[in-house]
Design a binder for this molecule. Sequence first.
Ligand SMILES: [Fe+2]
Ligand SMILES: [Fe+2]
Length: 197
Amino acid sequence: MDDVPQLGAALPLVASDPAWLATALGDLDAVHADHLHCERKAAQSALSLIRSYPERGDVVAAMARLAHDETRHVAQVAALLVRRGQPASYDRGDDYATALRREIRVREPDRLLDRLLVFAIIEGRSAERLGLLAAALDDRRARELYASLAAAEIRHRDTFLALARDAAPRAWRARAAELSAIEANILAARPIVARIH
Ligand SMILES: [Fe+2]
Ligand SMILES: [Fe+2]
């Protein structure tokens, strides 16, 4: 999993609608509160792959490390909420992730490939939007936090893509392109809200 720089090209995600950044900046409390749950769910998703594929050493090792990163991100976002003196909120659910998960095929080995690629897409989209926030926030510490989180989510995207490539060397590229196009349709059909997705 070393040769990751070109992997992202296999996942051609469309750029977010510029209205998303304006909406997000208009209600940062809501964005940060939602973001806490995004990081928590990323950790849980990584652990869920360990539950499903304990016999795959590559998946287990990569997901254990990734879950560790994500729980650190939970702590960092939680500290940001405290520093801002803003309220946390309960998870309001995530239609975006639900719509993507609907595309996961049921039978193995397709299921593993699709789960890896859907998680790669969520990481890639998160990285894009955290990067947009990093470039736009006024608060220096929040800006630095978001830049570091965006870089981490890009690495996670590539971790998932490398696992997908190794799991399905012949099928992964075409399926990654297919799911990227589906993600563009899912985004286009959703209202633009002050959340990460
Ligand atoms: Fe994260
Ligand atoms: Fe991540």
